[in-house]
Design a protein around this ligand. Structure first.
Ligand SMILES: [Fe+2]
Ligand SMILES: [Zn+2]
Length: 312
């Protein structure tokens, strides 16, 4: 499918036609304005001022901002495979290595967010429900999906895993661990099962007014994949207020540092589950990461959590 817009001339032709089928296949950087656009943007740049890039990450790295008219940063079109392929994984890997988290941008569209949020009421899709206050986890509720996962969730889990494995293996290497994560998720699930962890961990979280999630790590046994992904399914400021995604990092002999990751509806963030390697003066040391959600003040905040190791 990429072939249809391979080559400068075909791409420029798509821009002239404002072809929506080209959206997400490539992006147009406009030198004169410093913005990057979708091929279907109503703006009319001159050919000599435009160059093409394959991903939003490339455009951002070249110093371009997302166009306010066509909002390439809000595009979530095409198959999950195409959307994940369009993410600049080198950039994401650098972010994870440097900060312990990285925004993946918008991964799900409004319809997908709504259908996942609505699935929360269908009890047959889930293996268990956790009332957070009962366990001292915070206030709110979440549900773990049962196997087989809904196709969208299963697709996201397997494809994100494959993209994050190189980073996770890099972390193992820096920690001096000889083991490596397999590149496909099916093989990794077999490793989890052999460790007695055979129940799926993707989950939907539902927070109403006054609800929050204490800083924590999602660990379910000895087998842990060091990175996980969360996707916000509700629109901040409209469907809910408050409820910020928070990460903290604790380095040896230092006080904790907090990060607030701004997310819009459909946005995904990848972050360290627990420990991540940091280069110090005397070699690599472990920084401890925790994540949580600040208090929701109004409305309902729904999230999809994609954890890659299974639970006991
Ligand atoms: Fe969590
Ligand atoms: Zn534009």
């Amino acid at each position: 499918m990429y072939d249809a817009f391979d080559g400068e001339n075909l791409r420029w032709e798509a821009v002239l036609k404002r072809d929506p089928a080209a959206d997400g296949r490539f992006y147009c950087c406009v030198r004169t304005t410093g913005v990057y656009c979708l091929p279907s943007c109503p703006g009319r740049p001159h050919r000599r001022n435009v160059f093409f890039v394959a991903t939003k990450g490339e455009a951002a790295r070249a110093g371009f901002r997302a166009c306010k008219r066509c909002r390439p940063d809000r595009l979530a079109a095409g198959s999950i495979e195409d959307r994940i392929a369009a993410i600049d994984w080198t950039w994401i890997g650098d972010g994870l290595d440097h900060d312990g988290f990285a925004s993946l941008g918008r991964l799900l569209n409004d319809e997908e967010c709504a259908s996942l949020a609505a699935a929360y009421r269908a009890d047959r899709d889930f293996r268990s429900t956790v009332t957070m206050a009962r366990h001292g986890f915070g206030a709110g509720e979440y549900k773990y999906f049962a196997d087989p996962l809904p196709p969208l969730v299963g697709d996201l889990r397997a494809r994100l895993y494959a993209r994050l494995t190189p980073v996770a293996n890099g972390w193992r290497e820096r920690f001096g661990d000889d083991k490596r994560y397999p590149t496909d998720h099916r093989s990794y699930r077999a490793i989890c099962a052999a460790a007695g962890q055979a129940r799926p961990t993707p989950l939907l979280l539902s927070y109403g007014p006054g609800d929050y999630n204490r800083l924590h790590r999602d660990i379910y046994g000895s087998e842990t994949f060091p990175i996980q992904v969360a996707i916000l399914l509700s629109e901040p400021g409209k469907e809910f207020e408050g409820g910020e995604f928070v990460l903290t990092e604790q380095r040896p002999r230092m006080q904790s540092r907090a990060h607030v990751v701004p997310l819009a509806k459909g946005d995904a963030v990848a972050f360290a589950v627990n420990e991540r390697p940091v280069d110090g003066a005397r070699g690599v040391y472990k920084a401890q990461m925790r994540h949580g959600v600040s208090t929701v003040h109004r409305g309902r905040r729904m999230t999809l959590g994609v954890i890659f190791h299974d639970a006991a």
